[in-house]
Design a binder for this molecule. Sequence first.
Ligand code: NDP
Length: 285
Amino acid sequence: MNKNFLSNLTGSFAMPAMENPTVAMVEAAYQHHQLDWRYINCEVSPELLKDAVRGARAMGWAGFNCSIPHKVAVIEHLDGLGQSAMIIGAVNTVVRNARGEYIGENTDGRGFVTALNEVTDPQGAQVILFGAGGAARAVAVEMAFAGAAHITVVNRSRERGEKLTRLICKKTPATATFAIWDGDFRLPADTDIVINATSIGLYPNIDQQLDINWETLSSDMVVADGIHNPPMTPLLRTAQQKGCKCVNGQQMLVHQGAIGIHYWTGIEVDTRVMYQALREIFNPE
Ligand code: NDP
């Protein structure tokens, strides 16, 4: 008998971990491509993150995802950062390189841009970005490197919004301005792409809508929502009624996951298998 019983290990460290569907879509891809790889969804508290990373090293994990609340805190436990993770200042994917070092990458923004590319090219785009948290940072940086001309950061709190605006202007090729979000936001007529990178609409607040003056949304604008649960948000419903092209958060989730699998295994996975796994979870009927 000459059989290898030692699988390659990957996984996720987050808290809470219970509602994170990533394991289902990543394992669906591993199985479809007949990869002897496993993905283990782990609930890890902030005090034990250091030990979790040491554990992953000890067990020879090929890499892992980090989600809330570890995306920034994990950095001090790693051996280095990829270029965009360094600019974004957060890591969602850790990759073991040939030297056995753990390098932090951020695939959230690239996953978003890949999903967006299915409906529009961000080259030269005027972008309205709602939110200035971790997801917004990742999306803004990758949109800028994908060629977006100008990003207006619209955020409720001035401090975070201005900080992201400065980051875009200093560290990326795009220009940016900040707009405080203190009521019905009027979308400028030259807007090409509207992005929700806030947590508005996330389960269980599924009826929560963005405070936008809907008369200013026109059918030639592309509307993208980072919320993956549920995939059809009040924002996307309104945008569809207006006739806008839309991108949902599940598309972003699938593509950021596929980029992560590529980092770990070198395989370009069939993302349809990953969508199908999510569809079975979120739209079982
Ligand atoms: P953060 O907590 O870092 O940021 C949250 C952002 O939402 C802030 O800008 C905050 O504004 C804003 N916000 C929250 N509630 C409101 C409100 N009621 N009114 C106005 N603004 C509000 O979260 P993340 O950036 O990490 O995540 C944001 C969302 O992105 C989450 O829902 C997450 O699920 C999603 N996401 C999706 C991914 C995917 O692959 N589809 C990947 C990563 C994230 P303020 O600064 O004023 O507090």
